[in-house]
Structure formats: C-alpha cells, structure tokens
Design a protein around this ligand. Sequence first.
Ligand SMILES: [Zn+2]
Length: 318
Amino acid sequence: MPTPIFSWHQQLWEDFMRRIVQNRVPHALLLYGQAGSGKLQFGLALAELRLCTTANSSSTASTPSPTACGECSSCKLFRAGTHSDFTLLQPEEGKSILSVDAMREMVAGAAYTPQISPRRVVVINPAESMNRNSANSLLKTLEEPPGDTNIILISHTPSMLLPTIRSRCQQIAFPPPSSAEAAQWLQEQGVSAEEVAEVLQLAEGAPLHALTLASSDQREHNKLMGEELNALQRGQANPIKVAYRWANKKNDPVLTLRWLQQRVVSIIKTAYKVESPASQQLFLFLDKVNESLSLANSPLNKELMFETLLLDWSKLRS
Ligand SMILES: [Zn+2]
C-alpha cells in the first residue's frame, strides 16, 4: 500500500496529478501550513510517487498513476527506509536544528545519477530547522537541482525561512481541515466521540496533534506532568530534572506547552474564585508560557525553555 493521502488533502493531490500530466512539477516545493495537519505525509506520498518506477514508466506517461504502485522495487525500498535516491532530512531525535553535515552530505549526493528511480527526491522537515549555514548550503542545489531532483520543503512557519530559500520554491498553502473533517478522521482512528472535541480544541484543530493528545501515552504523560508541577511547588522536585524529562519526551513540545497553558488557566480560574493573591503571579507565568508557545516552532533549545519555565514555576510556592 502506498502512503495514503488525508481526505482534506485530496484536492491538493489532484492538483498535483494535473501538474504531473502537464509535466509542470516544480523542482523545489515549499508545502506550508499548520503543524500537525499532515503536510509531511503529503510530501512523503509525493516523494514515493515521484520515485515509483511503475508510475513513472513511459507506458503510464499519458495516464499517470494517481499514487505510487506500492509494489515495485522503488516503492519497497522507500517503505523500508533504504531508498538510495531518497533523502529525508530532519533534526535528530531530541534536537531542533538540522545538522549542517547532513545537509552537506545530501547536497554532495544529489550530484550523482539516481540508481533506482528516474530522479532523486529530498524532503526537508521542517524547513525552519535549517540554520543559516544549512540554508546557505542548500541554496545552489535549490536553484539548479542536479538532474531531475525534486526538493520538497515542509514548513509550519515559512516566515522564519530565509527569503532566498522561499523565493526559490513554489509555495503551496495547506489549509487545515474543517472541524467536521478532522472530527470524522479522529473517530476513524478510534478516538471516542466524547473525546474528539476536547483534543481538537487543545490541538487548535490540527488532527495529527489531536490524535497524539488522545493517545494513552500522552494521557499518562499529562498525569505525570501534573504531579511534577505539584511536587515542584512543594519544593519536592528538581526543576532541571523535570525539564530534562519534558524536553526529551518524544512528542511535539507545543503539545506540552499547550497542556501547561491550559493547566495554568484552570488554576487561575480556581484561584480567582478564592481571590488568591497568587493569581497575579500566575498571570505573569502564563505570559511566559504563551511567549514560549509563540516561539515553539522555532529551532530553540527545548531543555533550556522548559528549565526556565519550571524554575519560575518552582518559585511559585503554594
Ligand atoms: Zn512503485
């Protein structure tokens, strides 16, 4: 089975099919939109299709296959993650910046003829994880990709990219799904109808983030975070250690920050009821959480961000 296309991306996919028929697929693409809405999966499905030897054979040139075949050697290698003509560049686990060495290696490799597929394909996710050095290393390849190389950049915050990177790509906006589409998809993934509205709201409508929030692992993590916040306020936990755990949790730090935001908001509401003098301090803390959230998609040091927040939090002794 080839990589599936989300129902809310179907129209965009059909637009791409038309581009393929007309041989108008740009060499450099920038797919941008809300984090957690599935742009990476679209980029991967497109990469798989552009690499698939069956879909790109001359016999299918006039009526192109709408998806990769899922059967040819290219598709099998792609699925196994060992396709030599495909590169997925993303920060290493726990890091937020893409290594310059990985970028240079990709640029050097792009000069070689593809081995299996008709072209090489590179996906960079997210593009804002490139620092200035990585971005500069990419510029020339982006402007004149060797052979028929396709470069697909995924971005949640395209305004953070160098203008020279943006201007070399065809930019395609990925609108988020409607709440009905997102809700239906979540239910198909096994999220209960009662839970759907809550997780979608917390994820600001991003279905993939909402699905993560509904997972039992995330629920367990949230419960533990709640206990840690209480322990910190009682001076019974070390904010540096807790920050380390939060930063190294294999999920999007945005989800953790949003959970913290909701938590503080709910505490403020309770504090107001009893007119607690602590509410002013809580509002100041909430400002800091909101500020971190506004920067959370940028390549920052997650550990340092959580350390700063949790040190502040631990000073708010209850
Ligand atoms: Zn194939």
